[in-house]
Design a protein around this ligand. Structure first.
Ligand code: HEM
Length: 488
């Protein structure tokens, strides 16, 4: 029950009239990012709808979103208590649960430190980091796999990329990798479409309680997927407890176990976290760490086969800067502006995470003169920002060049910072650096050696299917080697 009395000098956010029981559900349609963008043209950057009988605040416009998530960051940093969120990670998720600010902040710090130790810190004398080593290894497997598939003709690249990318996060989290033909693992990592459909912003079951008691097929799938992922991870975590040695921290799971035990030994932490809340952080990292990146790579391949001239420009940049004698390295990234521009345009144009994960307010507040009550669910329309004609010239046109300065050889930082795909502020994606590194290394390693084509006579279907991460239909491609595969 939200306060009806609005403080003097503020207004209630505008929005369409809700119907009884269902509210504005029908107006959300199958593509809420599009219908809410349209609605923002009528009602502005701060608008309110009702899903079922619950009010939901919808934010659009880069400046308004920066104001909320950066300048009023603490107030907008909560997560709503949603039915679907309680199904993720047994309700213990750092990302999705509605834990208090303190508990969430302590867990987020632990996750950040774990990633720093097992991903981005430098490990070798050559300055490469652990992440780069894992990616390098998985890229080599993937190239070999693609080469075998290519000889047989067409293939579905997604099916193999998802295993390679998932193996990178498994290496960091669990010290394990899985074979491309491991059926159990394949099933697990291919469940992400259904996860994304359940966790999508605006799922009616989150707002109309009766739907929770009569779950439809997609809700049953969502419940099932979360159970499977949880039991997959619980098995691995138990194995880690059995073989744990405090003198040898093998991976992120070990380091979290270590943390939970040290916490008992010297109780000086500001907040009390249960062992479960510490060790379960690994669920969040595994869950967030591969679907997002695989989807980026898959959209990249679609844009490359739809725009062969773009693919050729990236390859000639790779030939010029790296040549064919060695593989791309992280340290090459700054020297490959066209490749960087392509990646930014892929993120912007696809906007495959159309909304952030929903937020909620932790206090009553005022935004752009509108009164916003404590505890209201907030949807942040990243898709709208990335297609706003006030912000972008020809927003629907795919053009990596828009991110290059006039000299054509440096990235326009101002344009770059307008792309919204990792969220902003306190809840900003924790894996952004890792995500960008993986997309860069997988993409450049593949493109240095292979050229991708669409199937003869086939029409590309690039329409996205709405979800937490939006995907295109799986698509078969063909490819050819640009030169004989490099020796390892
Ligand atoms: C949250 C995008 C990769 C870990 C998020 C959010 C977005 C996002 C939009 C929600 C932000 C919000 O609610 O305001 C992406 C994209 C990725 C990516 C586009 C890849 C290209 C990763 C990776 C990891 C990761 C590789 C882990 C290794 C997380 C976590 C959160 C999160 C833990 C929750 C943060 C919190 O609630 O405090 N990400 N992500 N992400 N991401 Fe990512």
């Amino acid at each position: 029950s939200f306060r009806q009395n609005i403080p003097k000098g503020t207004k209630k956010p505008p929005g369409p009239m809700p119907l009884p029981v269902i509210g504005n559900l029908l107006q959300l349609s199958k593509n809420p990012h599009l219908s809410l963008t349209k609605m923002s043209e009528t009602y502005g950057d701060v608008l309110q709808i009702h899903i079922g009988t619950k009010p939901v605040l919808v934010l659009s416009g880069l400046e308004t979103i920066r104001q909320a998530l950066l300048k009023q960051g603490d107030v907008f940093s909560g997560r709503p208590d949603l039915f679907t969120f309680r199904l993720v990670g047994d309700g213990q998720s750092m990302t999705f649960s509605s834990d208090s600010g303190e508990v969430w902040r302590a867990r987020r710090r632990l996750a950040q430190n774990a990633l720093k130790t097992f991903a981005t810190s430098s490990s070798t004398s050559a300055g490469a980091n652990l992440l780069e080593e894992h990616i390098d290894k998985e890229c080599a497997y993937l190239l070999k796999k693609f080469q075998q598939l290519m000889e047989k003709g067409e293939f579905d690249p997604y099916r193999y990329m998802v295993v390679s990318v998932a193996n990178v996060i498994c290496a960091m989290c669990f010290g394990k990798r899985y074979d491309h033909d491991d059926q159990e693992f394949l099933k697990l990592v291919n469940l992400t479409d259904e996860f994304g459909a359940g966790a999508a912003s605006g799922n009616p079951a989150d707002f109309i309680p009766i739907l929770q008691y009569f779950p439809n097929r997609s809700m049953k799938n969502f419940i099932d997927i979360n159970k499977r992922v949880l039991s997959f991870i619980q098995n691995i975590v138990q194995e880690h407890y059995r073989t744990y040695d405090k003198n040898c921290t093998r991976d992120i799971t070990d380091s979290l176990i270590q943390h939970s035990q040290e916490k008992k030994a010297n109780d000086n932490a500001g907040v009390q976290l249960s062992d479960q809340k510490i060790v379960n952080i690994v669920n969040d990292l595994f869950g967030a760490g591969f679907d997002t990146i695989t989807t980026a790579l898959s959209w990249s391949l679609m844009y490359l086969i739809a725009h062969p001239e773009t693919q050729e420009k990236i390859q000639s940049e790779l030939d010029r800067v790296i040549g064919r004698e060695r593989k791309p390295r992280l340290s090459d990234r700054a020297l490959l502006p066209y490749t960087e521009a392509f990646t930014l345009e892929m993120f912007r144009h696809s906007s495959y995470m159309p909304f952030t994960i929903p937020h909620c307010t932790t206090e009553d507040t005022v935004l752009n003169g509108y009164f916003i009550p404590k505890g209201i669910c907030v949807m942040i329309n990243q898709w709208q920002v990335n297609h706003d004609p006030e912000v972008w010239k020809d927003p629907f046109h795919f053009s990596p060049e828009r991110f290059l300065n006039e000299d054509g050889t440096t990235i326009n930082k101002i344009e770059m910072e307008k792309v919204l795909i990792f969220g902003l502020g306190k809840r900003r994606c924790l894996g952004e650096a890792i995500g960008r590194i993986e997309v860069f290394l997988f993409l450049t390693t593949l493109l240095q050696q292979m050229e991708f084509f669409k199937l003869e006579g086939e029409k590309l279907d690039m329409s996205p299917k709405y979800g937490l991460t939006m995907k295109h239909e799986r698509c078969h491609v063909t490819a050819k080697l640009r030169f004989p595969l490099m020796a390892e």
